[in-house]
Write a protein that binds this ligand. Sequence first.
Ligand code: BES
Ligand code: MN
Ligand code: MN
Length: 473
Amino acid sequence: MYLSIPSEKFTMKSAKPYIEEHKERFIQELVELLKIPSISADSAYENDVIKTADAIKISLEKAGCDVVEICETPGYPIVYGEKIIDPNLPTVLVYGHYDVQPPDPLDLWDSPPFEPIIKKTELHPDGAIFARGSCDDKGQMYMHVKAMEFMTSTGQLPCNVKFMIEGEEEVGSESLGWFVERNQAKLSNDVILISDTGMIANDIPSITTGLRGLSYVEVEVTGPNRDLHSGLYGGAVANPINILTKMIASLHDENNHITIPGFYDNVDELSAAERAKMGEAPFSKEKYCAALDIEDVYGEAGYTTNERNSIRPTLDVNGIWGGYIGEGAKTVIASKAHAKISMRLVPNQNWETITDLFKNHFESIAPKGTQVVVTPHHGGQAYVTPIDSLGYQAASKAYEQTFGNIPIPQRSGGSIPIVALFEKELKSKTILMGFGLDSDAIHSPNEHFGVWNYLKGIETIPQFYHYFTALNT
Ligand code: BES
Ligand code: MN
Ligand code: MN
Protein backbone atom coordinates (compact mmCIF):
# COMPACT_ATOMS: atom_id res chain seq x y z
CA MET A 1 0.00 0.00 0.00
CA TYR A 2 2.93 2.36 0.49
CA LEU A 3 4.49 4.31 -2.33
CA SER A 4 8.11 3.46 -2.89
CA ILE A 5 10.60 5.89 -1.44
CA PRO A 6 13.83 6.80 -3.23
CA SER A 7 15.83 6.17 -0.12
CA GLU A 8 19.38 7.06 -1.26
CA LYS A 9 18.36 10.60 -2.02
CA PHE A 10 16.95 11.16 1.45
CA THR A 11 18.22 10.07 4.79
CA MET A 12 17.30 10.92 8.34
CA LYS A 13 19.57 9.46 10.96
CA SER A 14 17.92 8.14 14.08
CA ALA A 15 17.57 10.88 16.67
CA LYS A 16 18.21 8.35 19.43
CA PRO A 17 21.90 9.15 20.09
CA TYR A 18 21.18 12.90 20.06
CA ILE A 19 18.26 12.41 22.45
CA GLU A 20 20.37 10.22 24.73
CA GLU A 21 23.01 12.95 24.88
CA HIS A 22 20.58 15.81 25.54
CA LYS A 23 17.66 14.22 27.35
CA GLU A 24 18.31 15.76 30.75
CA ARG A 25 18.27 19.21 29.17
CA PHE A 26 15.16 18.34 27.09
CA ILE A 27 13.33 17.38 30.28
CA GLN A 28 14.60 20.39 32.22
CA GLU A 29 13.51 22.82 29.51
CA LEU A 30 10.02 21.34 29.52
CA VAL A 31 9.91 21.51 33.31
CA GLU A 32 10.71 25.25 33.15
CA LEU A 33 7.89 25.80 30.64
CA LEU A 34 5.46 23.87 32.83
CA LYS A 35 6.20 26.13 35.79
CA ILE A 36 4.42 29.05 34.10
CA PRO A 37 0.66 28.84 34.82
CA SER A 38 -0.64 29.76 31.35
CA ILE A 39 -4.33 29.32 32.20
CA SER A 40 -6.21 30.94 29.31
CA ALA A 41 -9.64 30.66 30.97
CA ASP A 42 -8.70 32.80 33.98
CA SER A 43 -7.79 36.44 33.35
CA ALA A 44 -5.83 36.52 36.62
CA TYR A 45 -3.12 34.60 34.73
CA GLU A 46 -2.91 36.96 31.76
CA ASN A 47 0.74 37.87 32.40
CA ASP A 48 1.72 34.22 32.70
CA VAL A 49 0.02 33.34 29.42
CA ILE A 50 1.96 36.12 27.68
CA LYS A 51 5.18 35.09 29.43
CA THR A 52 4.74 31.57 28.06
CA ALA A 53 4.42 32.91 24.52
CA ASP A 54 7.71 34.77 25.00
CA ALA A 55 9.41 31.63 26.31
CA ILE A 56 8.26 29.69 23.25
CA LYS A 57 9.54 32.39 20.94
CA ILE A 58 13.01 32.04 22.46
CA SER A 59 12.90 28.24 22.24
CA LEU A 60 11.97 28.37 18.53
CA GLU A 61 14.85 30.74 17.84
CA LYS A 62 17.24 28.41 19.64
CA ALA A 63 15.85 25.44 17.71
CA GLY A 64 16.92 27.03 14.44
CA CYS A 65 13.94 28.98 13.10
CA ASP A 66 15.06 31.90 10.94
CA VAL A 67 12.04 34.04 11.64
CA VAL A 68 10.10 34.00 14.91
CA GLU A 69 7.32 36.46 15.65
CA ILE A 70 4.88 37.10 18.43
CA CYS A 71 1.73 37.82 16.42
CA GLU A 72 -0.76 39.97 18.27
CA THR A 73 -4.45 39.10 18.01
CA PRO A 74 -7.62 40.41 19.68
CA GLY A 75 -6.83 37.82 22.39
CA TYR A 76 -3.64 36.00 23.33
CA PRO A 77 -0.71 36.12 20.90
CA ILE A 78 0.21 33.41 18.43
CA VAL A 79 3.86 32.44 18.24
CA TYR A 80 4.88 32.01 14.62
CA GLY A 81 8.22 30.62 13.51
CA GLU A 82 9.62 29.41 10.23
CA LYS A 83 12.62 28.03 8.45
CA ILE A 84 12.27 28.02 4.68
CA ILE A 85 15.19 26.15 3.13
CA ASP A 86 13.89 25.87 -0.44
CA PRO A 87 10.51 27.08 -1.73
CA ASN A 88 10.40 24.06 -4.04
CA LEU A 89 10.42 21.65 -1.13
CA PRO A 90 7.29 20.72 0.83
CA THR A 91 6.29 22.72 3.90
CA VAL A 92 5.14 21.23 7.20
CA LEU A 93 3.03 23.50 9.41
CA VAL A 94 3.23 22.51 13.08
CA TYR A 95 0.34 23.56 15.30
CA GLY A 96 0.21 23.33 19.08
CA HIS A 97 -1.04 25.28 22.07
CA TYR A 98 0.79 26.80 25.01
CA ASP A 99 -2.27 27.49 27.14
CA VAL A 100 -3.52 25.00 29.73
CA GLN A 101 -6.74 24.14 31.54
CA PRO A 102 -7.38 25.50 35.03
CA PRO A 103 -5.89 23.05 37.54
CA ASP A 104 -8.72 22.94 40.05
CA PRO A 105 -9.79 21.16 42.16
CA LEU A 106 -6.37 21.83 43.64
CA ASP A 107 -6.78 19.59 46.68
CA LEU A 108 -7.00 16.52 44.44
CA TRP A 109 -3.44 17.01 43.17
CA ASP A 110 -0.73 14.94 44.87
CA SER A 111 1.81 17.67 44.04
CA PRO A 112 1.23 21.31 43.03
CA PRO A 113 0.16 21.60 39.36
CA PHE A 114 2.83 24.17 38.46
CA GLU A 115 5.72 22.55 40.34
CA PRO A 116 6.55 19.71 37.97
CA ILE A 117 7.92 16.50 39.44
CA ILE A 118 8.90 13.20 37.86
CA LYS A 119 7.39 10.03 39.33
CA LYS A 120 7.16 6.45 38.13
CA THR A 121 3.72 4.97 37.44
CA GLU A 122 2.55 1.54 36.37
CA LEU A 123 2.19 2.62 32.75
CA HIS A 124 5.26 4.86 32.87
CA PRO A 125 8.06 2.82 34.46
CA ASP A 126 10.64 5.33 33.16
CA GLY A 127 8.83 8.12 34.98
CA ALA A 128 6.24 10.70 34.03
CA ILE A 129 6.28 14.48 34.41
CA PHE A 130 3.39 15.54 36.64
CA ALA A 131 2.14 19.07 35.95
CA ARG A 132 -0.80 20.84 34.36
CA GLY A 133 -0.10 20.99 30.62
CA SER A 134 2.57 18.28 30.66
CA CYS A 135 0.62 16.22 28.13
CA ASP A 136 -1.98 18.77 26.97
CA ASP A 137 -0.23 20.37 25.27
CA LYS A 138 3.08 21.90 26.37
CA GLY A 139 4.90 18.56 26.51
CA GLN A 140 3.58 17.39 23.17
CA MET A 141 4.11 20.77 21.52
CA TYR A 142 7.67 20.98 22.86
CA MET A 143 8.54 17.60 21.27
CA HIS A 144 8.28 19.44 17.94
CA VAL A 145 10.63 22.19 19.09
CA LYS A 146 13.21 19.61 20.19
CA ALA A 147 12.76 17.56 16.99
CA MET A 148 13.44 20.78 15.08
CA GLU A 149 16.57 21.37 17.16
CA PHE A 150 17.77 17.87 16.29
CA MET A 151 17.16 18.31 12.57
CA THR A 152 18.74 21.75 12.27
CA SER A 153 21.73 21.12 14.51
CA THR A 154 22.61 17.91 12.66
CA GLY A 155 22.05 19.49 9.24
CA GLN A 156 19.20 17.15 8.35
CA LEU A 157 16.11 19.32 8.01
CA PRO A 158 14.67 17.93 4.77
CA CYS A 159 11.93 20.47 4.04
CA ASN A 160 10.44 23.82 5.09
CA VAL A 161 8.86 24.23 8.50
CA LYS A 162 6.38 26.67 9.95
CA PHE A 163 5.27 26.74 13.59
CA MET A 164 2.01 28.22 14.79
CA ILE A 165 1.59 27.91 18.56
CA GLU A 166 -1.53 29.49 20.05
CA GLY A 167 -2.66 30.44 23.54
CA GLU A 168 -6.43 30.03 23.41
CA GLU A 169 -7.04 26.42 22.44
CA GLU A 170 -8.58 25.54 25.78
CA VAL A 171 -11.07 28.38 25.45
CA GLY A 172 -12.15 27.88 21.85
CA SER A 173 -9.33 29.23 19.59
CA GLU A 174 -11.26 32.35 18.67
CA SER A 175 -8.19 34.47 17.93
CA LEU A 176 -6.60 31.67 15.94
CA GLY A 177 -9.61 31.62 13.62
CA TRP A 178 -9.18 35.36 13.20
CA PHE A 179 -5.44 34.92 12.52
CA VAL A 180 -5.80 32.05 10.01
CA GLU A 181 -8.42 33.91 7.97
CA ARG A 182 -6.06 36.88 7.65
CA ASN A 183 -2.81 35.00 6.99
CA GLN A 184 -3.51 32.34 4.40
CA ALA A 185 -0.38 33.03 2.33
CA LYS A 186 1.90 33.19 5.35
CA LEU A 187 0.53 29.88 6.61
CA SER A 188 0.52 28.06 3.24
CA ASN A 189 1.69 24.49 3.67
CA ASP A 190 1.53 20.95 2.34
CA VAL A 191 0.51 19.27 5.57
CA ILE A 192 -0.40 20.32 9.11
CA LEU A 193 1.18 18.32 11.90
CA ILE A 194 -0.27 18.27 15.42
CA SER A 195 0.63 16.39 18.58
CA ASP A 196 -2.32 17.09 20.86
CA THR A 197 -4.04 13.71 21.00
CA GLY A 198 -3.21 10.26 22.35
CA MET A 199 -2.33 6.75 21.32
CA ILE A 200 -3.63 3.35 22.44
CA ALA A 201 -0.60 2.21 24.49
CA ASN A 202 3.17 2.55 24.45
CA ASP A 203 3.45 -0.78 22.63
CA ILE A 204 0.37 -0.18 20.44
CA PRO A 205 0.98 3.06 18.55
CA SER A 206 -1.98 4.66 16.84
CA ILE A 207 -2.60 7.69 14.68
CA THR A 208 -5.70 9.77 15.33
CA THR A 209 -7.83 9.96 12.20
CA GLY A 210 -10.85 11.73 13.63
CA LEU A 211 -11.87 14.32 16.18
CA ARG A 212 -15.36 15.07 17.34
CA GLY A 213 -16.97 18.45 16.91
CA LEU A 214 -18.38 20.40 19.79
CA SER A 215 -21.22 22.64 20.85
CA TYR A 216 -20.81 24.08 24.34
CA VAL A 217 -23.68 25.93 25.97
CA GLU A 218 -24.63 27.32 29.35
CA VAL A 219 -28.20 27.23 30.63
CA GLU A 220 -29.94 29.21 33.33
CA VAL A 221 -33.35 28.41 34.77
CA THR A 222 -35.09 31.12 36.77
CA GLY A 223 -38.14 30.51 38.93
CA PRO A 224 -39.35 32.99 41.55
CA ASN A 225 -37.76 36.44 41.73
CA ARG A 226 -35.92 35.66 44.98
CA ASP A 227 -34.74 32.72 47.07
CA LEU A 228 -37.67 31.36 49.11
CA HIS A 229 -38.27 29.45 52.34
CA SER A 230 -38.66 25.86 51.14
CA GLY A 231 -41.35 25.17 53.73
CA LEU A 232 -43.50 28.20 53.07
CA TYR A 233 -43.29 27.95 49.28
CA GLY A 234 -42.10 24.38 48.60
CA GLY A 235 -44.57 22.40 46.53
CA ALA A 236 -46.40 25.49 45.32
CA VAL A 237 -43.87 27.05 42.92
CA ALA A 238 -41.44 25.60 40.39
CA ASN A 239 -38.07 24.91 42.04
CA PRO A 240 -35.47 25.84 39.39
CA ILE A 241 -33.08 23.10 40.51
CA ASN A 242 -35.76 20.42 40.40
CA ILE A 243 -36.85 21.69 37.00
CA LEU A 244 -33.33 21.97 35.59
CA THR A 245 -32.42 18.41 36.60
CA LYS A 246 -35.72 17.11 35.19
CA MET A 247 -35.12 18.93 31.91
CA ILE A 248 -31.57 17.60 31.71
CA ALA A 249 -32.71 14.06 32.49
CA SER A 250 -35.24 14.25 29.67
CA LEU A 251 -32.47 14.89 27.13
CA HIS A 252 -31.69 11.14 27.02
CA ASP A 253 -34.23 8.34 26.56
CA GLU A 254 -34.09 4.86 28.10
CA ASN A 255 -31.60 3.75 25.41
CA ASN A 256 -29.42 6.77 26.04
CA HIS A 257 -30.32 8.28 22.72
CA ILE A 258 -30.47 12.07 22.74
CA THR A 259 -34.07 13.31 22.51
CA ILE A 260 -33.52 16.72 20.91
CA PRO A 261 -35.62 16.68 17.71
CA GLY A 262 -33.37 16.66 14.62
CA PHE A 263 -30.20 15.96 16.63
CA TYR A 264 -29.28 12.83 14.63
CA ASP A 265 -30.52 14.09 11.24
CA ASN A 266 -27.12 14.45 9.59
CA VAL A 267 -25.10 11.99 11.64
CA ASP A 268 -22.69 10.08 9.44
CA GLU A 269 -23.45 6.39 10.10
CA LEU A 270 -20.49 4.09 9.56
CA SER A 271 -20.89 0.97 7.43
CA ALA A 272 -20.84 -2.44 9.09
CA ALA A 273 -17.43 -3.02 7.49
CA GLU A 274 -16.01 0.20 8.95
CA ARG A 275 -17.39 -0.67 12.37
CA ALA A 276 -15.93 -4.16 12.15
CA LYS A 277 -12.54 -2.66 11.28
CA MET A 278 -12.80 -0.32 14.27
CA GLY A 279 -13.64 -3.26 16.47
CA GLU A 280 -10.27 -4.85 15.71
CA ALA A 281 -8.45 -2.26 17.82
CA PRO A 282 -7.36 -3.84 21.08
CA PHE A 283 -9.69 -3.03 23.98
CA SER A 284 -10.26 -4.64 27.34
CA LYS A 285 -13.51 -3.69 29.07
CA GLU A 286 -12.20 -5.16 32.31
CA LYS A 287 -9.06 -3.03 32.28
CA TYR A 288 -11.06 0.01 31.23
CA CYS A 289 -13.45 -0.41 34.16
CA ALA A 290 -10.68 -1.26 36.60
CA ALA A 291 -8.72 1.89 35.70
CA LEU A 292 -11.77 4.01 36.51
CA ASP A 293 -13.04 1.98 39.49
CA ILE A 294 -16.42 1.39 37.87
CA GLU A 295 -18.44 -1.79 37.77
CA ASP A 296 -19.58 -1.40 34.20
CA VAL A 297 -19.57 0.96 31.24
CA TYR A 298 -22.64 3.01 30.36
CA GLY A 299 -23.90 4.56 27.16
CA GLU A 300 -25.96 4.50 24.01
CA ALA A 301 -27.61 1.16 23.27
CA GLY A 302 -26.31 -0.66 20.21
CA TYR A 303 -22.75 0.69 20.29
CA THR A 304 -19.47 -0.47 21.79
CA THR A 305 -17.47 1.64 24.21
CA ASN A 306 -15.00 2.65 21.50
CA GLU A 307 -17.88 3.62 19.22
CA ARG A 308 -19.70 5.53 21.94
CA ASN A 309 -16.68 7.71 22.56
CA SER A 310 -15.65 8.38 18.99
CA ILE A 311 -18.19 7.92 16.19
CA ARG A 312 -21.35 8.76 18.15
CA PRO A 313 -22.54 12.19 19.26
CA THR A 314 -23.07 12.74 22.97
CA LEU A 315 -24.49 15.25 25.45
CA ASP A 316 -22.94 15.78 28.87
CA VAL A 317 -23.38 18.12 31.79
CA ASN A 318 -19.94 19.50 32.70
CA GLY A 319 -21.02 21.48 35.71
CA ILE A 320 -24.22 22.24 37.59
CA TRP A 321 -24.89 24.65 40.41
CA GLY A 322 -27.48 26.56 42.35
CA GLY A 323 -28.97 26.87 45.81
CA TYR A 324 -27.19 26.26 49.07
CA ILE A 325 -23.94 24.30 48.98
CA GLY A 326 -22.30 25.59 52.17
CA GLU A 327 -21.80 23.69 55.40
CA GLY A 328 -24.82 22.20 57.13
CA ALA A 329 -28.39 22.49 55.89
CA LYS A 330 -30.32 25.52 54.77
CA THR A 331 -33.96 25.23 53.75
CA VAL A 332 -34.27 27.22 50.57
CA ILE A 333 -35.74 27.23 47.10
CA ALA A 334 -33.21 29.04 44.97
CA SER A 335 -34.33 31.58 42.45
CA LYS A 336 -31.91 30.27 39.82
CA ALA A 337 -30.17 27.08 38.69
CA HIS A 338 -27.37 26.73 36.15
CA ALA A 339 -25.55 24.11 34.10
CA LYS A 340 -22.80 23.92 31.51
CA ILE A 341 -23.55 21.39 28.79
CA SER A 342 -21.36 20.08 26.00
CA MET A 343 -22.41 18.12 22.95
CA ARG A 344 -19.74 16.16 21.12
CA LEU A 345 -20.56 15.98 17.45
CA VAL A 346 -19.62 13.71 14.57
CA PRO A 347 -19.03 14.34 10.86
CA ASN A 348 -21.85 16.10 8.98
CA GLN A 349 -23.45 17.53 12.11
CA ASN A 350 -23.20 21.30 11.87
CA TRP A 351 -22.33 22.70 15.28
CA GLU A 352 -24.25 25.93 14.81
CA THR A 353 -27.38 24.04 13.73
CA ILE A 354 -27.04 21.73 16.72
CA THR A 355 -26.67 24.72 19.04
CA ASP A 356 -29.93 26.16 17.64
CA LEU A 357 -31.70 22.80 17.96
CA PHE A 358 -30.61 22.55 21.58
CA LYS A 359 -31.68 26.10 22.37
CA ASN A 360 -35.11 25.74 20.78
CA HIS A 361 -35.76 22.40 22.40
CA PHE A 362 -34.52 23.38 25.84
CA GLU A 363 -36.58 26.53 25.88
CA SER A 364 -39.64 24.63 24.66
CA ILE A 365 -39.57 22.08 27.50
CA ALA A 366 -39.41 24.66 30.29
CA PRO A 367 -42.67 24.57 32.29
CA LYS A 368 -44.76 27.64 32.98
CA GLY A 369 -43.47 29.48 36.00
CA THR A 370 -39.84 29.26 34.85
CA GLN A 371 -37.71 31.13 32.37
CA VAL A 372 -34.84 29.53 30.52
CA VAL A 373 -31.87 31.27 28.96
CA VAL A 374 -29.45 29.29 26.78
CA THR A 375 -26.12 30.99 26.08
CA PRO A 376 -23.79 29.36 23.53
CA HIS A 377 -20.09 29.38 24.46
CA HIS A 378 -18.11 27.94 21.57
CA GLY A 379 -18.07 25.09 19.14
CA GLY A 380 -16.54 23.59 16.06
CA GLN A 381 -16.86 20.92 13.43
CA ALA A 382 -15.77 17.30 13.64
CA TYR A 383 -12.83 16.18 11.53
CA VAL A 384 -11.83 12.96 9.81
CA THR A 385 -8.70 12.41 7.80
CA PRO A 386 -8.22 9.70 5.15
CA ILE A 387 -5.53 7.09 5.66
CA ASP A 388 -4.41 7.08 2.03
CA SER A 389 -3.01 10.63 2.07
CA LEU A 390 0.75 11.17 1.76
CA GLY A 391 0.73 12.70 5.22
CA TYR A 392 -0.87 9.65 6.83
CA GLN A 393 1.47 7.31 4.99
CA ALA A 394 4.50 9.31 6.08
CA ALA A 395 3.29 9.24 9.68
CA SER A 396 2.64 5.52 9.52
CA LYS A 397 6.17 4.89 8.19
CA ALA A 398 7.65 7.10 10.88
CA TYR A 399 5.94 5.16 13.69
CA GLU A 400 6.85 1.87 12.09
CA GLN A 401 10.47 2.93 12.13
CA THR A 402 10.63 4.10 15.74
CA PHE A 403 8.07 1.81 17.44
CA GLY A 404 8.73 -1.29 15.36
CA ASN A 405 5.09 -1.80 14.47
CA ILE A 406 2.53 -0.26 12.15
CA PRO A 407 0.25 2.23 13.93
CA ILE A 408 -3.50 1.66 14.08
CA PRO A 409 -5.76 4.42 12.70
CA GLN A 410 -8.15 5.49 15.44
CA ARG A 411 -10.88 8.10 15.77
CA SER A 412 -10.75 10.03 19.00
CA GLY A 413 -13.57 11.45 21.06
CA GLY A 414 -11.82 14.71 21.88
CA SER A 415 -12.11 17.92 19.93
CA ILE A 416 -9.66 20.34 18.38
CA PRO A 417 -12.24 22.48 16.62
CA ILE A 418 -9.70 24.57 14.75
CA VAL A 419 -8.60 21.56 12.65
CA ALA A 420 -11.75 21.67 10.49
CA LEU A 421 -11.15 25.38 9.99
CA PHE A 422 -7.55 24.72 8.89
CA GLU A 423 -8.83 22.45 6.15
CA LYS A 424 -11.37 25.06 5.03
CA GLU A 425 -9.00 28.05 5.07
CA LEU A 426 -5.63 26.50 4.29
CA LYS A 427 -6.85 23.60 2.14
CA SER A 428 -4.56 21.05 3.68
CA LYS A 429 -4.90 17.85 5.64
CA THR A 430 -3.97 17.57 9.29
CA ILE A 431 -2.00 14.62 10.66
CA LEU A 432 -2.58 13.98 14.34
CA MET A 433 0.49 12.32 15.82
CA GLY A 434 -0.33 12.17 19.52
CA PHE A 435 1.92 10.49 22.07
CA GLY A 436 -0.19 10.79 25.24
CA LEU A 437 -2.19 8.02 26.89
CA ASP A 438 -5.86 8.31 27.92
CA SER A 439 -4.71 7.58 31.46
CA ASP A 440 -2.42 10.65 31.49
CA ALA A 441 -5.25 12.60 33.16
CA ILE A 442 -5.44 15.60 30.84
CA HIS A 443 -7.86 18.24 32.22
CA SER A 444 -7.84 16.28 35.51
CA PRO A 445 -5.82 16.50 38.71
CA ASN A 446 -2.38 14.85 38.44
CA GLU A 447 -2.00 15.32 34.70
CA HIS A 448 1.24 13.70 33.55
CA PHE A 449 3.22 12.80 30.44
CA GLY A 450 5.55 9.83 30.21
CA VAL A 451 9.22 10.69 29.81
CA TRP A 452 9.44 7.75 27.40
CA ASN A 453 6.52 9.19 25.40
CA TYR A 454 8.11 12.64 25.31
CA LEU A 455 11.41 11.29 24.01
CA LYS A 456 9.70 8.85 21.62
CA GLY A 457 7.81 11.76 20.10
CA ILE A 458 11.07 13.66 19.58
CA GLU A 459 12.48 10.57 17.90
CA THR A 460 9.46 9.92 15.66
CA ILE A 461 8.76 13.46 14.40
CA PRO A 462 11.98 13.81 12.32
CA GLN A 463 11.11 10.53 10.60
CA PHE A 464 7.77 12.05 9.61
CA TYR A 465 9.59 14.97 7.99
CA HIS A 466 11.84 12.53 6.22
CA TYR A 467 9.12 10.32 4.77
CA PHE A 468 6.80 13.20 3.97
CA THR A 469 9.52 14.95 1.98
CA ALA A 470 10.55 11.72 0.26
CA LEU A 471 6.94 10.91 -0.72
CA ASN A 472 6.43 14.43 -2.07
CA THR A 473 9.53 14.82 -4.21
N1 BES B 1 -5.86 18.18 23.26
C1 BES B 1 -7.23 18.29 23.58
C2 BES B 1 -8.13 17.48 22.68
C3 BES B 1 -7.89 16.01 22.60
C4 BES B 1 -7.31 15.29 23.64
C5 BES B 1 -8.25 15.34 21.45
C6 BES B 1 -7.09 13.93 23.52
C7 BES B 1 -8.06 13.99 21.34
C8 BES B 1 -7.47 13.29 22.38
C9 BES B 1 -7.64 19.76 23.54
O1 BES B 1 -6.72 20.57 24.22
C10 BES B 1 -8.94 19.91 24.22
O2 BES B 1 -8.99 19.72 25.41
N2 BES B 1 -10.00 20.26 23.50
C11 BES B 1 -11.25 20.55 24.12
C12 BES B 1 -12.09 21.42 23.26
C13 BES B 1 -11.73 22.88 23.34
C14 BES B 1 -12.57 23.69 22.40
C15 BES B 1 -11.85 23.40 24.74
C16 BES B 1 -12.01 19.27 24.37
O3 BES B 1 -11.88 18.29 23.63
O4 BES B 1 -12.78 19.28 25.34
MN1 MN C 1 -4.80 20.12 23.72
MN1 MN D 1 -7.19 20.37 26.41
